[in-house]
Design a protein around this ligand. Structure first.
Ligand code: 5AD
Ligand code: SF4
Length: 469
């Protein structure tokens, strides 16, 4: 296994010194220093962007949604599917005009996409208006790289294949005042055959429990109500620590922090989700009754070729076990349609799992080949139309189930967290059930951040509608 590099507090302090040096520079600019940060992909990327913003704030930057106004543009990219990559290349291509109008604007790309050799090379050769490219491993050095670019001419690429690192003490500028992401570990050791994550984010490495607990305590003290513990595979948390501890023990310790708040976590791998975890979830009052447990495919042959290391029966046993302890648990999952070699008959086993489990919601994807992964080398004879037809059958079935599950809430009163303003103009606010289902309600924004009883009056396949009691 690659060794984890622990970035020393002195090294992080040096980055903060670079921030102060940049702040002295930006203080002399005629225009207000503004930055634009755009994020693609998963919550881990959202959490990384909050650290980039934290650094930028220390460098004296404010934030804007306008690429024209910004002196620094950061695009935090995703590599999970080709579509995500095409969108990034399209948007970065369009920035050539911004760069022409404002040659001083620094254009920076980071995240999983740029850590792939083919993408880094394409940026180097064909996107010459991009000034800085750095992978997830180099995020902690962002201030130093910005300082270099502001004081010297040239482009900077930091996408070496380094061992994964862990750095504590990077400032975080959070986007929300009610919900917070807390990364508890980075990387993945599973190498599912279709997935690029282990290649771009490196091996699993866990933060120390005391660092995590201190961060959650601070967040609760600041009034955060909804804390999500993040990792590619949280169920293997702690195995790499000097003093090994498991995820269930961490949950228990977070649960013991005083205060009125909810604990969520993602993502769990079925092969590592244990009875001990389910018992801990059931016992810990602050742990939300929700489990995101991706199963990807319902057919055992396909699961094996995917290198998932669990069978359909083992998956269903875990679902039964968690339901026995937490009967009304909200269950969600990820599914891939059209993995190389999956026949329509095998795909129908996925539909059977849906009928059997009746998930509350699903994240469904059509398989997308990723360079460097084993699946990209496999024969993939099924025509795209057939994959699409299967995908549509899957979403139609889940839509029906989601609608039925949502309809069962109508008439109930549920204690919800009022968490945001509604983008649907017929409603003022959004709220979340403990299982994280979306509820639209009317009410005064002063209720934001409060746990309140909501009477559920309506539902469709996407969300619930209700009234404050
Ligand atoms: N193609 C399609 N979906 C993928 N996922 C991961 N890699 C791929 C791929 N190459 C999906 C999986 C994973 C989710 C985050 O993205 O379902 O759980
Ligand atoms: Fe990718 Fe599998 Fe790791 Fe999830 S567990 S990040 S799907 S390799």
């Amino acid at each position: 296994m690659e060794r984890t590099t622990v970035i020393s507090p002195a090294d992080v302090e040096q980055q903060l010194e670079h921030c102060r040096a940049v702040a002295r520079l930006t203080a002399q600019w005629a225009q207000k220093p503004l930055a634009f940060v755009d994020t693609y992909g998963c919550q881990q990327n959202e959490a990384d962007s909050e650290r980039i913003r934290g650094y930028l704030a220390r460098m004296g930057f404010g934030f804007t949604d306008s690429e024209e106004e910004a002196r620094i543009i950061v695009i935090n990219t995703c590599a999970i599917r080709e579509h995500a990559e095409q969108r990034v290349f399209g948007n970065v291509g369009a920035l050539v005009h911004v760069k022409r109008r404002h040659p001083d604007t620094l254009i920076c790309l980071c995240g999983c996409m740029v850590q792939q050799p083919h993408a880094a090379q394409r940026l180097r050769e064909s996107y010459r208006h991009v000034d800085l490219v750095f992978g997830p491993h180099a995020l902690w050095k962002f201030p130093e790289m910005i300082r270099t670019l502001l004081t010297q001419r040239g482009r900077l690429f930091s996408v070496q294949d380094e061992a994964g690192s862990i750095a504590e003490g990077i400032p975080v500028a959070r986007q929300d005042r009610i919900k917070a992401w807390v990364s508890i570990m980075y990387g993945c050791n599973n190498f599912c055959a279709y997935c690029v994550v282990p290649y771009v984010r490196g091996r699993e490495r866990s933060r120390k429990p005391e660092d995590i607990l201190a961060e959650v305590e601070r967040l609760v003290g600041e009034g955060y109500k909804d804390i999500t513990l993040l990792g590619q595979n949280v169920n293997s948390y702690g195995k790499d620590l000097e003093k090994p501890v498991d995820f269930a023990a961490l949950l228990e310790a977070v649960n013991a922090i005083p205060g009125d708040f909810l604990i969520r976590f993602m993502t769990s791998h079925p092969k590592d989700a244990t009875q001990r975890l389910f018992e801990t979830m059931a016992r810990c009052g602050k742990v939300a009754p929700v489990l995101h447990l991706p199963f990807q495919a319902g057919n055992d042959r396909v699961l094996q070729v995917m290198n998932r290391r669990h069978t359909r029966a083992e998956y269903l046993e875990k679902i039964q076990a968690v339901r026995a302890l937490i009967p009304d648990i909200v269950l969600t999952s990820d599914i891939i349609v059209g993995f190389p070699g999956e026949t329509t008959e095998e795909f129908e086993d996925t539909l059977k799992v849906l009928e059997e489990v009746r998930f509350d919601a699903l994240f469904t994807f059509i398989y997308s080949p990723r360079a460097g992964t084993p699946a990209a080398q496999m024969d993939d004879p099924m025509p795209r139309e057939e994959k699409l037809a299967n995908f549509n059958r899957l979403t139609a079935l889940q839509d029906r189930i989601s609608e039925e599950k949502h309809a069962a809430y109508v008439g109930r009163t549920v204690r919800c967290l009022i968490d945001g303003r509604s983008d649907d103009e017929r409603y003022d606010l959004t709220a979340r059930t403990p299982g994280n289902r979306l509820v639209r309600i009317n009410g005064d924004p002063s209720a934001l951040g409060q746990f309140r009883d909501v009477s559920i009056t309506g539902a469709n396949k996407w969300s619930l509608f209700g009234e404050l009691v």
